[in-house]
Design a protein around this ligand. Sequence first.
Ligand SMILES: NC(=O)C1=CN([C@@H]2O[C@H](COP(=O)(O)OP(=O)(O)OC[C@H]3O[C@@H](n4cnc5c(N)ncnc54)[C@H](OP(=O)(O)O)[C@@H]3O)[C@@H](O)[C@H]2O)C=CC1
Ligand SMILES: [Mg+2]
Length: 345
Amino acid sequence: MSALLRPLRSLLFAEHHSLTRFCSSFVSRMRYINRLKENDAACVSALQSGSILLFHRLIPLLQCSDPGTFRPIALSYSEVQSVLQRAGADGSLLKESVLIGCSEQNQVQFCLDVGELDPAAVAEECKGTFMELRKAFFLLAGAEAPLVAKAQALLRWHQINKFCGATGQLTQRNQAGSHRVCSSNSNVYYPKMSPVVIVLVSDGKRCLLGRQSSFPRGLYSALAGFCDMGETLEEALRREVAEEVGLEVQNIIYSSSQHWPFPHSSFMLACHATVSPAHSQLDIDHLELEDARWFTEEEITCALQVKAPPRRDQAPTVWLPPKHAVAHRLITEWRDQQRRSEGSD
Ligand SMILES: NC(=O)C1=CN([C@@H]2O[C@H](COP(=O)(O)OP(=O)(O)OC[C@H]3O[C@@H](n4cnc5c(N)ncnc54)[C@H](OP(=O)(O)O)[C@@H]3O)[C@@H](O)[C@H]2O)C=CC1
Ligand SMILES: [Mg+2]
């Protein structure tokens, strides 16, 4: 190894080791990931000891873990190298890996799209299956659904941001894949999510759910809508409820947020809000919603027990978004609050 390289390599090792040594707490993990975004050499080194999730044209490679449950296959750098070699590709594709994050077990996670390879050969080699995210998302175990969704969103972002919107010139990514820079005017592009407000409106005794004609039969969900440029969360929420059902909400209370990959990366900002019972008459915009209804706590409890969508030959029983969707969380938070307040009456 040339005399020049030795100091650099030992410096990188020391930095990687010191960061790894401290990568035991949440703060250290966050700082370590941030450093990998800033330091290409450290990111290359982390890739060689990290785990890599494979995708084929944005479709994740999964394997069955328990009946009806799937998990992503996490491959090592050398395992991906041998998959690429057996599939007739050279290992240089590995440098296209994108940094996802660092697990609580301090495993740095990457994703790689092998879209130019034969998916059947890769799936067989890895003893897995490529499964569309729309289907896989609800079959993935808890924490792995957001991980796979984030990985797909990052890979998609790179695929549709190869050119600068201002100059038309190629953009170049950093090693981590956390940004792209225009090769001519140095404009920097970062992966984006579209903010969406989602709200469960209550009149004290009932909650309001709606459905679009594009929803599966019988599915009702909380009202949602994309934030317009310059809007606050509250302004977007008030506007969307007024537009969709003609109500003016009060008492907006933030609940939680969620990255939602369908159809593309929405950043769901979930809230509860109220209307007075005296002003709960719905005026539905049927260009936006096929239907919207007030549901009692009993009706919600029944609907939460419906585990499978009604078949075509069955009546369109009301069913609700599954646990992976933040709408489900809003609905169960409201139901639990109703029970507490009934219990205290
Ligand atoms: N995770 C969850 O629990 C739930 C998630 N959702 C998600 O929330 C999102 C929004 O819900 P939806 O009711 O459809 O939204 P809206 O009520 O805003 O209606 C959709 C309309 O918003 C416009 N639009 C589409 N994309 C964007 C964008 N990126 N920025 C600004 N406006 C946009 C389009 O209008 P135009 O055609 O006029 O441009 C589109 O027709 C959807 O992606 C849906 O999947 C919804 C319910 C539950
Ligand atoms: Mg909407």
